[in-house]
Design a protein around this ligand. Structure first.
Ligand SMILES: *[C@@H]1O[C@H](CO)[C@@H](O)[C@H](O)[C@H]1NC(C)=O
Ligand SMILES: *[C@@H]1O[C@H](CO)[C@@H](O)[C@H](O)[C@H]1NC(C)=O
Ligand SMILES: *[C@@H]1O[C@H](CO)[C@@H](O)[C@H](O)[C@H]1NC(C)=O
Ligand SMILES: *[C@@H]1O[C@H](CO)[C@@H](O)[C@H](O)[C@H]1NC(C)=O
Ligand SMILES: *[C@@H]1O[C@H](CO)[C@@H](O)[C@H](O)[C@H]1NC(C)=O
Ligand SMILES: *[C@@H]1O[C@H](CO)[C@@H](O)[C@H](O)[C@H]1NC(C)=O
Ligand SMILES: *[C@@H]1O[C@H](CO)[C@@H](O)[C@H](O)[C@H]1NC(C)=O
Ligand SMILES: *[C@@H]1O[C@H](CO)[C@@H](O)[C@H](O)[C@H]1NC(C)=O
Length: 573
């Protein structure tokens, strides 16, 4: 096996264009045409064949009968997205990796091959925000739903596109997502606002010239390091504008006056909260994560790690200038050690881009969420409970030595070689406290949870397998006698901010059997154990799991981990 591994290890890819100048974004993204009907047009985006934006995808199973099949290969690469070369890991040689396209109701089959033959990293791929309705085993979380996939092997993830909109896939093994193992997911369906053209994904990343694996020990001992740069859709410059030593290229997006463009923002950073804007243009926001919302207009949008927004921007500023800055601005209120300020792309009218001289919108540096602006288009009410009985999980950090994060007094430490799903199918009921397991055994019950922190650090909280309702989100200590919980169509999504020295009150229903992780989406914090897992409807799980797939991957992993003496130095997720 080893000779085969070495044979592929010389593969490298360079992302930045070898020529100086600007990267031109392709104008028309080739969205795959829906096979069974014509979808919608620029002026009828709320329609979708036999369905529409009024169909509730959480209750209405839609089945096109179409299967979309993809092959993705992970390799160790050398990249220079800002003109500075470093090692990284990529999907099919590019960062971001290929976008997965499907239509609402399709079945998506993705074959993932681990060819990380230089780094000898295991892997698992998580389909962020995808509900995995009764398909928990395809959630792709190392130590939870599978063992890591070894180098030289492939595995297949199969899931139904029960939702539609914009999301992303990323590695859920170690810090690999922030080594470059991620890409977009676009599920075509209706939308609450019209637009002419779809420009596809727009990733916002922080980036350094050392890898996250190299930086991890300093993150653990001294706290989050300051990163050197950031990328907009995988590219940026490095250095000051006008300085001859500046390297790299900026993303440049061509606008035609009068056309409206859909863009799918993703915060894929390891530890940066962004404010995004395009000078002098207004955005219409029409989806938050995979949930369509009543459209609202804004000039600057705040986006936490793991969150997504679908925006429409109309090219209506050609009389103001030819070139405009597109800005991704790190919010220092979220992290003292954020990346630099020169993270910008260009929107241009005319034949080719030039250097903009436009001024950015005013904004307040803050670590807030868009919650107050978000009204889900399909209205839902949360059943009320005995609000004084809410389950509480508190966030804390150990004082000395290494930074470890506690959620409800537990720092998660799970074993790559013993995924929770295997414990469930093996009928193991004795859990260790650092498994951080909470059982939710009753079907179709509401779960209410308060996550709170007294520390001055905000956290993006992500739940797998569900969209959760945001009943309250605020600063200070949660007090059930003074805080009013919003139960009438509150925002629901898969990632929301726990404010600094504040609380987040979440609710969801136990309608999806499986083992689901809940964690802080700051990469360092996931690795430092800031996570809980829910075993939901345990008695129903074995019947939806392939134990042979589970065991096959685990047997190979145990052998591989032993052969190469691979040490687990993180939480396991
Ligand atoms: C989720 O799966 C269950 C069980 O197969 C099924 O009854 C339900 O219709 C599915 N929901 C959706 C929205 O597809
Ligand atoms: C990714 O690369 C594999 C070969 O390693 C190829 O078969 C596949 O078509 C590529 N996938 C995409 C989506 O480009
Ligand atoms: C993954 O690869 C990186 C880069 O070679 C290395 O630093 C890291 O230790 C590896 N991680 C694991 C868990 O093997
Ligand atoms: C960002 O990159 C993705 C994948 O490489 C591409 O499909 C998309 O069109 C790009 N987005 C923009 C706005 O250029
Ligand atoms: C974080 O930022 C502070 C203030 O700029 C600086 O003193 C400190 O060295 C930084 N920490 C790291 C780990 O980079
Ligand atoms: C463009 O936006 C800036 C910042 O908001 C503003 O000061 C300026 O007046 C705008 N220019 C025009 C021509 O609208
Ligand atoms: C968190 O820990 C407290 C105290 O041990 C316990 O009462 C509570 O039920 C736990 N919360 C959850 C969600 O498990
Ligand atoms: C687990 O328990 C179920 C129900 O009692 C039984 O059918 C199954 O064989 C057990 N599995 C193992 C691995 O012991």
């Amino acid at each position: 096996m080893i000779s085969r591994l070495l044979a592929t290890s010389s593969f490298t890819a360079t992302l930045a264009s070898a020529l100086p100048g600007l990267v031109h974004a392709p104008h028309s993204s080739a969205l795959l045409a829906r096979s069974s009907c014509s979808g919608n047009t620029a002026s009828t985006r709320s329609q979708w064949c036999d369905y529409s934006i009024d169909t509730d995808y959480t209750t209405e199973p839609v089945d096109t009968g179409v299967t979309r099949e993809y092959w993705l290969e992970l390799t160790d690469v050398t990249v220079s997205p800002d003109g500075v070369s470093r090692s990284a890991m990529a999907v099919n040689g590019s960062i971001p990796g290929p976008t997965i396209f499907a239509d609402w109701g399709d079945t998506v089959v993705v074959h993932v091959t681990n060819s990380l033959s230089t780094s000898l990293n295991g892997t698992s791929i998580h389909w962020h925000g995808i509900r995995q309705n009764y398909t928990n085993q395809n959630d792709g979380v190392a130590s939870i739903t599978q063992c890591p996939l070894v180098v030289g092997e492939s595995t297949t993830y199969t899931w139904k596109a029960t939702q539609y909109g914009s999301s992303w896939y990323h590695s859920h093994f170690s810090l690999q997502a922030w080594e470059g193992v991620f890409g977009g997911i676009i599920i075509n369906g209706p939308s609450t606002a019209n637009y002419d053209e779809d420009l596809g994904m727009l990733f916002l990343n922080d980036w350094d010239h050392q890898t996250v694996d190299e930086l991890y020990s300093s993150a653990e001992t001294s706290g989050p390091p300051t990163l050197a740069n950031g990328l907009i859709n995988g590219t940026n410059v490095y250095g000051e504008d006008g300085d001859s030593s500046q390297t790299g290229t900026r993303l440049a997006v061509s606008f035609t006056s009068g056309t409206s463009y859909r863009m799918r923002l993703v915060n894929a950073a390891v530890d940066t909260h962004w404010r995004f804007s395009i000078d002098n243009h207004t955005m219409t926001v029409m989806a938050a994560d995979l949930v369509p919302i009543v459209p609202y207009e804004t000039t600057v949008i705040t986006i936490g790690m793991g969150q997504r927004y679908d925006i429409v921007v109309t090219a209506d500023q050609a009389d103001v200038a030819d070139n405009f800055w597109m800005r991704a601005i790190p919010q220092s209120a979220c992290s003292d050690n954020d990346s630099t300020e020169n993270i910008k792309g260009i929107v241009y009218y005319g034949d080719s881009p030039g250097t903009p001289s436009t001024t950015g919108y005013d904004f307040k540096d803050a670590c807030d969420d868009e919650t107050a602006n978000i009204t889900p288009y399909i209205s839902k009410t949360v059943s009320s409970a005995q609000w004084n009985d809410l389950e509480t999980a508190s966030v804390s950090r150990n004082s000395a030595g290494l930074f470890k994060w506690y959620l409800n007094s537990t720092t998660m430490l799970v074993d790559w070689a013993k995924p929770t799903l295997e414990m469930v199918t093996d009928n193991i009921t004795e859990y260790e406290s650092d498994d951080a397991i909470i059982e939710l055994n009753e079907a179709n019950q509401w779960v209410y949870m308060v996550v709170q922190t007294t520390l001055q650090v905000p956290h993006p909280i992500h739940l797998h397998g569900h969209d959760f309702f945001i009943l309250a989100q605020g600063s200070g200590t949660y007090d059930s006698s003074t805080v009013t919980l919003e139960t009438d169509n509150p925002p629901r999504r898969d990632t929301a901010m726990l404010p600094s020295q504040g609380y987040l009150v979440m609710a969801w229903e136990t309608d999806n059997p499986g083992v689901w992780l809940m964690h802080c989406h700051i990469g360092w914090h996931t690795s430092e154990g800031f996570a809980l897992q829910f075993i939901e409807r345990k008695s129903e799980i074995a019947s939806i799991v392939s134990t042979s797939t589970l065991e096959d991957i685990c047997t190979k992993w145990e052998e591989f981990q032993g052969d190469y003496s691979i040490e687990q130095e993180d939480s396991g997720v």
